[in-house]
Design a protein around this ligand. Structure first.
Ligand code: PGA
Length: 269
C-alpha cells in the first residue's frame, strides 16, 4: 500500500472508532528513568506550542521528581500526566514507595502499573500488579496496566495463557474495564523489533475478548494501547490495526519533536 493510502486508512479507522466507541484515542509517553529537570521544562515548553486534536488524549509519565514541573507548567494545558508506578499500600513504613494520595496531590490522574521492567527487575508478581491497580482506582487515578509476553512465551505459543493470567490477576482485585490496558510484548520494548501486524491484530482481539468476558459490553471495555518500539515510521501502520486504541511510547517520546510528529501523524482533521 502507498503511504498516502495508509494515512487515509488510519484516518478512516480512527474516525470510525471514535464514532463507534465514543472513546478517546490515547497516546501515552513513558519516560522511564530518563530526562533532567531542564529537559523536562524544555519539552513542556515545546508541547505547549503543539496543537493536539481534541480527541487525542495525551498522557505523559515522567520520573517522580519531575511531576511538580508538570503540575506547575501544565495547569492550563490539555495534556494529562501520571506516575510510572504506585504503592499498593495506603501509607506508613514503606521506604521508597509513593502512595496514591501523594500522586493525587501532585495532580496525577493516571499511573502505569505492571510495566514489564517492574515485573522483571523488581519482581512484581501479577498479584502485586492487581493490588497496585486497585489502590490507584480507589483514589480516582486511572491505571494503565501493562501486560506482555517474553519472546520465549511468544515462540512456544504460551503467550495467550500468560496474558490471560496477567489480566485475571488484575480483575480479581479491580474493575479492569475502568482501566486502560497497554499490550507491550517484552521482546519489542526498546529493541526496534515490532510484531507482525497480524500478530498485533490477533493479540489485541484476544485481549479484547478477555475484557468482554470480564463483564464489559463490547463498547464499554477498556481501551487497548500497543507499546514496544513505536516510532514515527511505524505508528500509522499499527494505528490501522483493529482494536488498537492508542499507544504507549518509550524511546520516541523523549524528544518533543518526535513525540509531536507522532501526534501529528495521528491527527485526522
Ligand atoms: P519503547 O518502550 O517505545 O522504547 O520500546 C515502550 C515501553 O516500555 O513502554
Amino acid at each position: 500500500m502507498e503511504r498516502k493510502e495508509i494515512e487515509e486508512l488510519v484516518r478512516r479507522r480512527i474516525t470510525e472508532k471514535l464514532k463507534r466507541t465514543g472513546k478517546e484515542y490515547i497516546v501515552a509517553a513513558n519516560w522511564k528513568m530518563n530526562m533532567s529537570a531542564k529537559e523536562t521544562k524544555r519539552f513542556l515548553d515545546q508541547m505547549n506550542e503543539t496543537e493536539i486534536p481534541q480527541y487525542l488524549k495525551t498522557i505523559i509519565f515522567p520520573p517522580y521528581p519531575y511531576l511538580y514541573i508538570f503540575q506547575k507548567m501544565l495547569r492550563y494545558s490539555r495534556i494529562a500526566y501520571g506516575a510510572q508506578d504506585i504503592a499498593k499500600e495506603e501509607k506508613g513504613a514503606y521506604t521508597g514507595e509513593v502512595s496514591a494520595d501523594m500522586l493525587a496531590d501532585m495532580g496525577c490522574s493516571y499511573t502505569l502499573t505492571g510495566h514489564s521492567e517492574r515485573r522483571g527487575y523488581y519482581a512484581e508478581t501479577p498479584q502485586i500488579v492487581g493490588e497496585k491497580t486497585k489502590a490507584a482506582l480507589a483514589h480516582g487515578i486511572t491505571p494503565v496496566i501493562c501486560i506482555g509476553e517474553t519472546l520465549e512465551e511468544r515462540q512456544s505459543g504460551t503467550y495467550k495463557e500468560i496474558l490471560r493470567l496477567q489480566l485475571d490477576a488484575v480483575s480479581a482485585e479491580a474493575e479492569i474495564n475502568s482501566c486502560i490496558i497497554a499490550y507491550e510484548p517484552v521482546w519489542a520494548i526498546g529493541t526496534g523489533v515490532i510484531p507482525k501486524m497480524s500478530e498485533i491484530a490477533g493479540t489485541h482481539e484476544f485481549i479484547h475478548s478477555i475484557l468482554v468476558s470480564c463483564g464489559g459490553a463490547s463498547e464499554k471495555t477498556a481501551p487497548i494501547l500497543y507499546g514496544g518500539s513505536v516510532n514515527e515510521k511505524n505508528v500509522n501502520d499499527i494505528a490501522s490495526v483493529d482494536y488498537v486504541d492508542g499507544f504507549l511510547i518509550g524511546g520516541a517520546s523523549l524528544k518533543a519533536e518526535s513525540f509531536g510528529k507522532i501526534l501529528k501523524l495521528l491527527s485526522v482533521d
